[in-house]
Design a protein around this ligand. Structure first.
Ligand SMILES: Cc1cc2nc3c(=O)[nH]c(=O)nc-3n(C[C@H](O)[C@H](O)[C@H](O)COP(=O)(O)O)c2cc1C
Length: 364
């Protein structure tokens, strides 16, 4: 029987257990995207807490682009030395760490004045109202190169892999979502065309970092907006990426405009509400031969064990539970199997001025 606390491999990457810290933006980096001391501490705390793999908060790949304030940057070689310090510290503490890289676009919490925001088509973002500039081929080439260069920096900095953000209505997901993608060229229309940008980004990244470096992606199983992409689309995307050698796929869902199906759902207060993307993740896990990670509402070990026993989902990703308690994996491993204390109240997302934090552990 598969166990939570047993080692396994994600492509070339060995992890000590099946628990992952899902990417979590912290609003702690400085204006240039440099990590601050509080952020180093946070990652050390996560490494000490026993999670098998840490995925960083999303990092921006072009100087002028930000999905949110206080994001880490990976747009410039001058940042590599700090990240080398981070990866060394995490490794010394027995942890593994992957960096998530992202282009935001119209899904942004960062001031948009004076910035050119790229998107598939000039369709107003349902959550932010921002209307992006439809990308030309020149923009697309620049974007692909920016992802590849960022991934090369991630490798140089000693991370254990890189994750592409292809979910939650950020740019790659918008190209895949037919509501936002109204293009008539080879990047719009059929599901293969809508997947093309993601596939091209993956291939450029793979070419740059080589086959010995894990490349993962986070995708939406469904966008949960009228006219958005569906699980049938996502099965095609997962197969296209699997055929080309992606090392793992993290399955999420929703956008900021998806009502009660946003990626960060609220009121997860009973086991039946947990693991809210698991049915989709299990479907994808049946369809492809790469490790599937499920994220969203995981709170108790029994739910994870049940999924391990009944589905082909290999890995289990947590965000909010590790904000309230970075030591949760260690606690479960040592026999205290009570669920996460996370209230799923999303105070952590709304009160970010002094850094993302949990209402149960820090005021403000
Ligand atoms: C404060 C906060 C920041 C987040 N930042 C990111 C991010 O940088 N990248 C990402 O892919 N998801 C991000 N997410 C979404 C989480 O990774 C995860 O998909 C979602 O919170 C559901 O999982 P949970 O129920 O374990 O919190 C964030 C969530 C929260 C609460």
């Amino acid at each position: 029987m598969k166990q939570i606390f047993e080692p396994l491999t994600i492509g070339p990457l060995a992890v000590k257990n099946r628990l992952i810290r899902s990417a979590t933006w912290e609003n702690l980096a400085d204006d240039q995207g440099r990590m601050t001391p509080a952020q180093f501490e946070l990652y050390e705390e996560l490494a000490r807490g026993g999670v098998g793999l840490i995925i960083t908060g999303y990092a921006f790949i072009l100087d002028e682009e930000r999905a949110n304030p206080g994001m880490m940057g990976i747009h410039d070689d001058s940042l590599i030395a700090d990240y080398r310090t981070l990866t060394d510290r995490v490794h010394e503490l027995g942890g593994k760490i992957v960096m998530q890289i992202a282009y935001g676009g119209s899904q942004t919490g960062y001031p948009t004045e004076g910035r050119e925001i790229w998107g598939p088509s000039a369709v107003a973002d349902l959550a932010t109202g921002v209307v992006p500039t439809p990308m030309t081929q020149e923009h697309i080439d620049r974007l692909i190169e920016a992802f590849a260069a960022a991934a090369a920096r991630v490798k140089q900095a000693g991370f254990d892999g890189v994750e592409l953000h292809g979910a939650h209505n950020y740019l790659l997901n918008q190209f895949f979502n037919p509501y936002y993608n109204r293009r008539q060229d080879q990047y719009g229309g059929s599901v293969e065309n809508r997947a093309r940008l993601t596939v091209e980004v993956f291939e450029a990244v793979r070419q740059r970092v080589g086959h010995d470096f894990p490349v993962m992606i986070k995708i939406n199983a469904e966008d949960f907006i009228p006219g958005g992409s569906t699980i049938d689309d996502s099965l095609v995307l997962a197969k296209l990426l699997a055929q080309r050698g992606i090392d793992a796929i993290e399955v999420s869902g929703g956008t900021g405009a998806s009502a009660d199906k946003i990626p960060v759902r609220m009121k997860i207060n009973s086991p039946d509400k947990e693991a809210y993307h698991a049915t989709y993740a299990a479907q994808i896990a049946e369809a492809v031969n790469v490790p599937i990670i499920v994220v969203g509402g995981l709170r108790s070990p029994e739910v994870i064990e049940n999924l391990l026993a009944t589905t082909a989902i290999e890995l289990y990703s947590l965000s909010r539970p590790l904000l309230v308690d970075p030591q949760l994996p260690l606690r479960w491993q040592q026999g205290d199997r009570s669920p996460s204390r996370c209230l799923s109240c999303n105070h952590c997302l709304r009160n970010t001025a002094n850094g993302v934090h949990c209402i149960l552990t820090k005021e403000g």
